[in-house]
Design a binder for this molecule. Structure first.
Ligand code: ADP
Ligand code: MG
Length: 393
């Protein structure tokens, strides 16, 4: 059984809290604070109970060395705003500044360590190297709490190895994610409809394959649609496509039951992302134009397909929602989920950001997952190292 923080005595103890604070930045400010907000319940529960909390997290891919562009300073600032008091950021992760900050912690207080990925050992494939770093992290604390769901599919020092070295438990976010995503792996209420989109297409094909087994219908939008359109013989102009994906899409079409995979019938196109869009049939994208959103007919079809669903998983925006002319498809899917009765799970960092940017309240949806890759691996039934290690005592 996975223990949670409710099973731990924390009063006065130093708790190393691994959070997922990997948020998008825009000019040195946090552009979407969804992951920071999602980390608050565990953090405040621990401080309310008198723990001395040491928050650790990563931001972006600094490449294993300190880089001010990837400092957690903007995240610490935003966290402080949300908590109503400043959050101190130690200048390093396991060095003298971190040790001094931890030594100065009082019960009920908190400090954040600098970006874990400033240290190459955090993500190293070498067990000994990771273990050394995890040992240094463990030396800072008495207990370890795992709440960074977005990273639990990674065998990283702060996610996996440190849990081998300290008494540990899951935080409320990890518990909520496991509970909600679990409803997509067993005893699924049907019809189960999946909407897949976004731009990280290759990363999602594995999950797509297992969703063919699990889901009744799969609605495909975003740049995810293009390899499928090419596989069935359409030309897609200058739309985003990696040629290697076409064979994988053709294979998925072959494996699916007839009608199980639904592709766009119309597409919003433009010569470049800046322009205002025009709607064309999906099999008639002009050679010099790119597809940037599903068209209104497709949006209506997808909404109709989502309406009778009892369970929905949505990963990946239906278009380049960041620009208004291409946000209609994503908005239509979000609205259909808001109107429907289904238990809905929204996965994917950008998908969560999209619903917030489009003004939908998170509690409109059954669960908004903070983990993109982690949620996709979870629903495939894979073993996630950062969860498996919590099962061990
Ligand atoms: P998630 O983080 O939710 O898993 P992805 O990272 O796969 O989603 O993709 C999100 C990105 O996909 C968004 O930035 C969006 O602009 C982009 N996108 C969606 N549709 C298209 C498209 N037709 N062409 C180019 N980019 C697209
Ligand atoms: Mg993304």
């Amino acid at each position: 059984m996975m223990k949670t923080i409710d099973d731990l005595a924390v009063d006065g103890l130093r708790v190393l809290l691994r959070a997922d604070l990997n948020v998008p930045l825009d000019g040195g400010r946090v552009a979407d604070d969804g992951r920071i907000r999602a980390s608050l319940p565990t953090l405040t529960a621990l401080t309310d109970r008198g723990a001395r909390v040491i928050v650790c997290a990563h931001l972006g891919r600094p490449g294993g060395k300190p880089d001010p562009a990837y400092s957690l300073a903007p995240v610490a600032a935003r966290l402080g705003e949300l908590l109503g008091h400043p959050v101190e950021l130690a200048a390093d992760t396991t060095g003298p500044a971190a040790c001094a900050a931890v030594a100065a912690l009082r019960p009920g207080g908190g400090v954040m360590l600098e970006n874990l990925r400033f240290n190459a050992a955090e993500t190293s494939k070498d067990d000994a190297q990771r273990g050394l770093f995890a040992g240094q992290l463990a030396d800072l604390a008495d207990l370890y709490v795992s709440d960074g769901f977005g990273a639990v599919h990674r065998k990283h020092a702060s996610v996996y190895d440190v849990a081998l070295r300290l008494p540990h438990a899951a935080g409320y976010l990890v518990k909520a994610e496991v509970g909600a995503l679990g409803r997509l792996t067993a005893n699924i209420r049907r019809p189960y409809v999946v909407a897949l989109g976004g731009a990280k297409v290759a990363d999602k094909f594995d999950a797509f394959g297992s969703l063919i087994t699990a889901a009744d219908r799969i609605l495909v939008g975003g740049a995810m649609a293009f390899p499928f359109l090419v596989a069935r013989g359409d030309k897609i102009g200058t739309s985003l496509l990696e040629a290697s994906q076409v064979a994988a899409a053709a294979d998925l079409l072959k494996r699916a039951t007839p009608g199980q995979i639904e592709l766009p019938s119309d597409i919003v196109v433009a010569a470049e992302p800046g322009g205002s869009g025009a709607v064309v049939a999906a099999d008639a994208i002009p050679a010099d134009q790119m597809g940037l959103d599903i068209g209104p007919q497709t949006a209506a079809r997808f909404a109709a397909a989502l309406f009778p669903a009892q369970t929905v998983f949505w990963n990946g925006p239906m278009g380049m929602f960041e620009r208004k002319p291409y946000s209609g498809g994503t908005r239509a899917v979000a609205q259909a989920l808001a109107d429907g009765e289904a238990f809905t799970v929204v996965g994917g960092g950008d998908t969560g950001a999209a619903i917030r940017a489009l003004g939908f309240a998170e509690d409109t949806f059954g669960h908004v997952s903070t983990g993109g890759g982690a949620s996709l691996e979870f629903i495939q039934g894979k073993t996630l190292p950062g969860l498996a290690v919590l099962e061990q005592s």
